[in-house]
Design a protein. Structure first.
Length: 256
């Protein structure tokens, strides 16, 4: 594992460096397919430029209500590269708790799987800051009949933006993500983490688990949770290893 300088502890620097050295190595494997480090660099740049095109700026926030899939990770890395803090939301949330997290985060944009559009429609009149809803439709799925009053667009459009690195000066101390707690003793609390914080967490996981570049790490935990993000995907990148991401835990398909 390379020890990056403090100023370089941001995804836009780390992923670009790794992709330049091992472009064809598989980074992420899902049941939908796999992407190499260079493909992840390219797709996250496209998404970053797409978010910038919407008018999102450094220090803005965007909520993600997505399942475990490649698009979730393109959005995650793309938002970080654009200087936008991502707010991954528990996909079991609905009603008041979902409304609370979206409003409390002060997000301007919501990226949502089409399967959860009905939940957004139910509470859209109560969403204070959302200016745009970006809808993800899985390949082969029919687009839903659900219509929102909020301005909407398809996530598919982001794949056509330029693959050049976005012109954003992200600082290692900038807010990278807000991870909400489970809320067992009251309303969920938003844990605010900087880019450097996430990076150091990942470094410590690599060192403590002894991850090396020939390893394949695995998670079936949701990408809205710190375990899947900061103990699996991000450390695997730092170790220049491969990570397998499952949609959810399945006893019968665990070894597939």
């Amino acid at each position: 594992m390379i020890r990056y300088a403090k100023a370089d502890r941001i995804v836009s620097v780390v992923l670009k460096d790794i992709a330049s050295r091992i472009p064809d190595k598989v980074f992420i494997r899902t049941r939908e397919g796999q992407v190499t480090y260079s493909e992840m660099e390219m797709m996250s740049n496209r998404f970053a430029n797409g978010f910038r095109n919407l008018g999102l700026k450094r220090h803005d926030k965007a909520c993600l209500l997505l399942d475990n899939n490649l698009e979730h990770m393109y959005c995650w890395y793309g938002l970080w590269k654009a200087g936008v803090a991502d707010v991954p939301i528990n996909t079991a949330y609905k009603g008041q708790i979902l409304q609370y997290v979206i409003n409390n985060s002060e997000a301007r944009v919501l990226i949502v799987d089409q399967n959860y559009l009905g939940r957004i429609q139910f509470l859209e009149d109560e969403l204070k800051n959302i200016e745009k809803v970006i809808v993800y439709t899985p390949k082969g799925a029919e687009k839903p009949d659900t219509e929102l009053k909020l301005d909407c667009m398809d996530l598919d459009e982001f794949s056509s933006f330029p693959a050049d690195s976005p012109d954003v000066n992200v600082h290692f101390a900038d807010l990278a993500t807000i991870l909400y707690t489970s809320g067992t003793t009251g309303p969920s609390k938003g844990v605010m983490m900087s880019h450097a914080n996430c990076h150091i967490w990942g470094e410590n996981v690599v060192k403590n688990l002894g991850l090396v570049s020939t390893d394949v790490d695995y998670t079936c935990l949701p990408l809205f949770h710190a375990n899947a993000r900061l103990m699996t995907v991000y450390p695997s990148m730092l170790a220049e290893a491969e990570v397998a991401v499952s949609p959810r835990f399945s006893l019968s398909r665990f070894w597939d």
